[in-house]
Design a binder for this molecule. Sequence first.
Ligand code: FAD
Ligand code: NAG
Ligand code: NAG
Length: 394
Amino acid sequence: MTAIALMVVLSMAQYASLATTPGPRVIIIGAGMSGISAGKRLSDAGITDLLILEATDHIGGRIHKRNFAGVNVEVGANWVEGVNGGKMNPIWAIVNSTLKLRNFRSDFEYLAQNVYKENGGLYDEEYVQKIIDRANNVEESGEKLSGTLHASGGGDMSILAMQRLYDHQPNGPATPVDMAVDYRKYDFEFAEPPRVTSLQNAVPLPTFSDFGDDVYFVADQRGYESVVYYLAGQYLKSDESSGKIVDPRLKLNKVVSEISYSSAGVTVKTEDNSVYQADYVVVSASLGVLQSDLIQFKPQLPEWKIVAIYQFDMAVYTKISVKFPKKFWPEGKGRQFFLYASSRRGYYVVWQEFEKQYPGANVLLVTVTDEESRRIEQQSDNQTKAEIMEDWRC
Ligand SMILES: Cc1cc2nc3c(=O)[nH]c(=O)nc-3n(C[C@H](O)[C@H](O)[C@H](O)COP(=O)(O)OP(=O)(O)OC[C@H]3O[C@@H](n4cnc5c(N)ncnc54)[C@H](O)[C@@H]3O)c2cc1C
Ligand SMILES: *[C@@H]1O[C@H](CO)[C@@H](O)[C@H](O)[C@H]1NC(C)=O
Ligand SMILES: *[C@@H]1O[C@H](CO)[C@@H](O)[C@H](O)[C@H]1NC(C)=O
């Protein structure tokens, strides 16, 4: 009896929603930048019968702030990349004009003055500059070569292969400074070494060739995530006073575990056994989620899509914020970024100080990626601290 009554209510509810909002019903999985933007696009096109299912208790995904040492720092995305070029980066318009998030242009022009030796002290500026110039020349040759490759990707190669071609070194950059410069140029951007990064897709990077070469660091206590909240607020109802999204079309803490699809539509199931139906589904979960089979597709996705999903590495990029009792590093113009040139490639290479961004916090940020990320993420914070103290002998 109860089951029958419930079924009637469900179909009535569906009928009512169809009657008031014509057009297809779309489920969006994930409320990060992609999912929230997809919802806005659909809304703008008049498709408003939406349901956004998000696994965590907040929107923003990999754009997220966290309090550290008394300030909000970004644990995910931090820079608007691609500014001051031919086309306006739409994110930049929101950051700098609409929301006026506090931001700082990152200047890597002075790096040659700021490369530290493994056993203390700075490298000679001219020595480093020569290495940077050479790396830039090789990259330029790589850009030209990349432009000649066929759109099919059949002639693509790794960035390392290109470097061998133009630098005539079998293993690519090999001295500590060579490796630090190489790491900052490629790994710091792509989170993976040149050995596995596609020349054709990464050199040049459309972000920079379209929108400009400049990058701006967002350091605003509202967080970079306020860009995602702003976009969500364009079409989802939010509470005037708290700013919280209260729209019933956004459901938090809903971990999608199964998607069944056919020509008749889609059925989406979540871990808490909720079931949702729609005409279409948009999946914006990361590659890492798609590769780990957390979401069962019924039937399985087509072979070509499975191949595309497993062809890529899910890159790992770890930002380590460290607070020190006092400053031991130089500040001022051109000092923001510094490199630690270890003989072990990728070992705590890229550092950033925050004299202007977080004054008085005595915080440094060091970024690690890939294998070093995986190693460091497995060890205790104390161990990581110890490694860092050892490097700076402080
Ligand atoms: C440490 C770090 C630093 C970065 N720095 C920059 C930077 O400086 N500049 C820049 O432009 N980019 C940067 N990026 C990249 C940028 O953050 C991402 O490209 C972007 O945020 C991805 O957005 P997305 O919506 O595609 O994915 P996500 O943000 O991952 O959103 C996907 C959402 O789906 C949800 N989800 C996953 N599985 C399920 C499920 N089964 N059910 C329901 N929901 C699910 C997730 O919880 C998440 O909220 C950085 C990334 C990281 C990790
Ligand atoms: C950012 O906004 C400020 C204030 O409106 C403006 O002066 C500045 O030129 C903008 N920066 C860029 C790079 O567009
Ligand atoms: C880390 O080190 C601190 C001080 O050296 C100590 O008090 C703390 O217990 C350590 N934490 C762990 C998890 O080992």
